[in-house]
Design a protein around this ligand. Sequence first.
Ligand code: ZN
Length: 236
Amino acid sequence: MSTDVEKLWELQSVLSQLGDREKQMSQKPESFAAVDREYQAADQEMSRLTQSIDQIAKERRRVDGELADQQELLKKYQGNLMQVKNQQQYAAAWKEIDATRKHVKELEESVLKSMGESDGLQAQLDARKAGHDELKERHDAAYAQWQSSLGDLRKEADELRKKAEGIEAQIPPRLRDEFHKIFRQRGGIAVTRVVNESCTGCRTRVRPALYQQLNRGELARCEGCHRILYLEKAAS
Ligand SMILES: [Zn+2]
């Protein structure tokens, strides 16, 4: 029959092994990480391209509106030209027509330019999309392979979890809670061994009175780090 502290010591060892397995399971293997990076980058690039195309289309709608207004204005000025009464009015009307024509030309050039840009971006997006299915397939296959390779680790982790539960069931609840609190707060070490009458967790010397307590199999906490002290019984 083991003492409470021996059970805690074993629990800590099981939990530490479980932590190792969980850490291993959460680490992406390079075989998946590489294709995952590629996949995420392609995804980002596609949304960047889509955004740029939308932005250009929005600007295009604005320019189209302005162009229609200016063309309307141009018609009006050309109409005015028919009604001029003198040379001065004639010159003024022509000045307006010239300025408006220039503006219309600029807007038309800007439309052409944005169409060219948009076509270029659309071609890039189409190329990305064409390769996307194949990339997604590679990505999903690598993920599935990684997950299936975790089978053994999962099994081990499940067994360790069951083992930990079994040990915990034998420990008084208050002590168990104290253990978990220290375990969380002190880097996964709640129970430390006493070697040469010192705590191996923080090297604080264990006072003789405390040492005798430990020798009698009583629970004692380190006065330095407040962890639960564990004195291994010499083999008899
Ligand atoms: Zn200590």
